[in-house]
Design a protein around this ligand. Structure first.
Ligand code: NAP
Length: 198
């Protein structure tokens, strides 16, 4: 079982624009043509911050129209917020826990729920940093999109110098051919293993 921060980033290190738009990301490729299907099959529990959850709330109707489900996850999910957030519409059967504060007891609950499977820290970057600060993050898996944003929500707002991150693998991907038979922009995927302070 690993705790993994799996995400997509712009070339200059942003997850989303300042106003939480992901419109820059979707033209770069489809989830199906990325490493996501293989990744999510091994995930047993998820954690995310409130901005990520609220993005999903805002796009719940679109998701429902496109996939038939407002909430895409079958695994239990822990959402961090100091506020009371609305429930996800149309996801009454989903196991969504609202939590706040120290990530360590939440990580323990995620482990207990996930069995042998991995734990996914969905984002944002500071929440992933909180897991890292607690010595609980094993891997950072970043899909680097061929776009720059200039500013926005940071990938991983931490200074990690020692122990150094170990680069485990880099895969150069190419998104699927579009209907127009033109190549979509490239996505590079790299796996970096955090050296955990366990
Ligand atoms: N590119 C990608 O693949 C990707 C992946 C993930 C997310 N995203 C997007 O990137 C953006 C991330 O936003 P973000 O950087 O603001 O991060 P976020 O983690 O989604 O949300 C941050 C907020 O979560 C709450 N929070 C975090 N840790 C907490 C804790 N320990 N206890 C209580 N509350 C806590 C706080 O808000 P409150 O207390 O006020 O609720 C905090 O301001 C979103 O737009 C998301 O949709 C993109």
């Amino acid at each position: 079982m690993k705790t993994q921060y799996y995400t997509a980033s712009s070339l200059d290190g942003f997850l989303a624009t300042e106003d939480d738009s992901l419109d820059w990301l979707f033209p770069l490729g489809s989830l199906e043509s990325s490493s996501y299907p293989g990744f999510i099959a091994e995930v047993g529990a998820l954690a995310m911050g409130s901005a990520t959850y609220e993005w999903m709330l805002r796009h719940a109707q679109e998701a429902m129209a496109e996939t038939g489900a407002a909430w895409p996850y079958t695994q239990p999910c822990w959402v961090f917020s100091s506020r009371e957030l609305p429930p996800m519409p149309g996801a009454q059967d989903a196991e969504i826990h609202f939590v706040q504060g120290d990530v360590r007891p939440v990580h323990a609950a995620m482990r207990a729920a996930a069995g042998d499977k991995n734990l996914w820290v969905v984002g944002g970057g500071d929440l992933a940093g909180q897991f890292h600060d607690a010595g609980l993050l094993d891997e950072i898996i970043v899909q680097i999109g061929s776009a720059t944003l200039g500013q926005g929500k940071p990938l991983f707002p931490r200074r990690v110098l020692s122990p150094r991150l170990q680069l485990e693998a880099v895969r150069h991907g190419r998104a699927a051919l579009s209907r127009a038979k033109e190549l979509a922009p490239c996505l590079a995927t790299c796996w970096q293993g955090c050296l955990p302070q366990k």
